[in-house]
Design a protein around this ligand. Structure first.
Ligand SMILES: C[S@@+](CC[C@H](N)C(=O)[O-])C[C@H]1O[C@@H](n2cnc3c(N)ncnc32)[C@H](O)[C@@H]1O
Length: 231
């Protein structure tokens, strides 16, 4: 280890070049780098770095299917006039599909300013907010007709308790759709929270269906799309 000039009390730890930058990573490094974020600040910084190449890597190289599938599922559930919250919108892939189906009242929230910047470029959202799903959201109760959350409830991302806030900001009769890797379901504490919300009469399960998440790489990964109706 090397001393930092002018700071003999601190030392430089040699970090492999590939982990210092989000660019030019191999697939395995990329996912490991994202999942190894220590907190939401670090996760946001890493998504900021990834934002430039995210669409090409995830949708192009991997064949990420979930944003399209969730938009299709939502289109069979709420009318095109619905006010929809895209929770963890990232670069706006879900919004892009929804807009192509005629939806126009879309709000994007995310913890990464650069990902939100990319979503803005798509020109399909009405509102953008930097918000953390792990905290109280800056919306009044019953604001939205639907919440869609694609690829965000997962390891080291938004925690299971984020569902409480999604429920609070969705009106009775509205819908919450979220995708979840089948392996994350078992380890993230979602079972307790979804059942608690059900037993307290907050929502009822409409549908849960498994889908192949990627068509080009990691083709064995399955995401369930969960659909809940608010009561
Ligand atoms: C895998 S990307 C999914 C983006 C988009 N929904 C899609 O399907 O392409 C995960 C996104 O969730 C955001 N995110 C992670 N944790 C979050 C949190 N606690 N609150 C809000 N956004 C979060 C990340 O910044 C990132 O943009």
């Amino acid at each position: 280890m090397k001393e930092i000039p002018g700071h003999p009390e601190r030392t430089l730890i040699r970090v492999p070049i590939i982990l210092q930058k989000g660019k030019n990573m191999s697939d395995k490094d990329r996912l490991a780098w994202i999942y190894s974020s220590r907190d939401s600040e670090e996760l946001a910084e890493r998504y900021d770095e990834w934002s430039e190449t995210y669409d090409q890597e995830l949708e192009g190289d991997y064949g990420w299917q979930i944003p399209r599938l969730m938009a299709e599922r939502l289109s069979g559930t709420v009318p095109t006039t619905a006010r929809i919250l895209d929770a963890g919108a990232g670069t706006g892939l879900v919004g892009q599909y929804l807009a192509s189906m005629g939806y126009g009242n879309l709000t994007a929230i995310d913890i990464s300013p650069e990902m939100l910047g990319k979503a803005k470029e798509k020109g399909v959202y009405e509102e953008f907010h930097l918000m953390d799903l792990a905290r109280t959201l800056g919306f009044t109760d019953d604001t939205f007709d639907a919440v869609v959350c694609a690829g965000v409830l997962t390891f080291s991302h938004a925690p299971a308790r984020s569902l409480y806030e999604m429920v609070r900001v969705t009106r009775p009769g509205g819908y919450i759709l979220f995708s979840l890797r089948t392996d994350a379901w078992e380890t993230m504490g979602l079972e307790d929270i979804t059942q608690e919300l059900e037993s307290h009469g907050k929502w009822k399960l409409v549908d849960r269906k498994g889908h192949q998440s990627f068509t080009e790489k990691e083709r064995d990964v399955i995401h369930d799309i969960w659909v809940y109706e608010l009561l």
